[in-house]
Unconditional design. Structure first.
Length: 133
């Protein structure tokens, strides 16, 4: 969660939106957990449109795309989520799953290694990326 990630989240201008509570995204995540993909997708898009780009919304849309076997779309959406919140390990693992399905493993490893230099909390998942290329 956000609390464990500490203050480094707030050092990135792009990541300032992460700390704010969004009822739309909370509702979208509930719909996603219930398997209502289209309703969840509408809400994640609505959140991005009305509240500005959100790492959680992009990640949610990536998960939906993955379920729909649109792996290249999922990869792109997870990457957008990472750009907004580069310190969340789970999103990199999602990116890697999508990369395996669409043949983008080299790109996923490059992206991970680039951000890992700046965000040492990513060391916890480094073993997932090592030996992939």
């Amino acid at each position: 969660g956000i609390v464990e990630q500490g203050q480094d989240i707030y050092t990135s201008k792009r990541a300032l939106s992460i700390g704010f509570y969004s009822p739309i995204i909370e509702e979208a995540e509930k719909e996603l957990e219930s398997g209502n993909l289209y309703k969840a997708m509408e809400l994640f898009i609505k959140a991005n449109d009305s509240e500005g780009p959100s790492s959680k919304a992009f990640c949610g849309l990536g998960i939906i795309s993955f379920y729909q076997k649109r792996y290249q779309d999922a990869f792109t959406l997870f990457l957008e989520s990472i750009k907004l919140n580069p310190s969340d390990p789970d999103t990199y693992l999602n990116l890697l799953d999508a990369a395996r399905e669409c043949g983008n493993i080299n790109d996923a490893v490059k992206i991970f290694n680039t951000y890992r230099q700046e965000y040492n909390q990513l060391d916890s998942i480094a073993s997932e990326f090592e030996g992939q290329t």
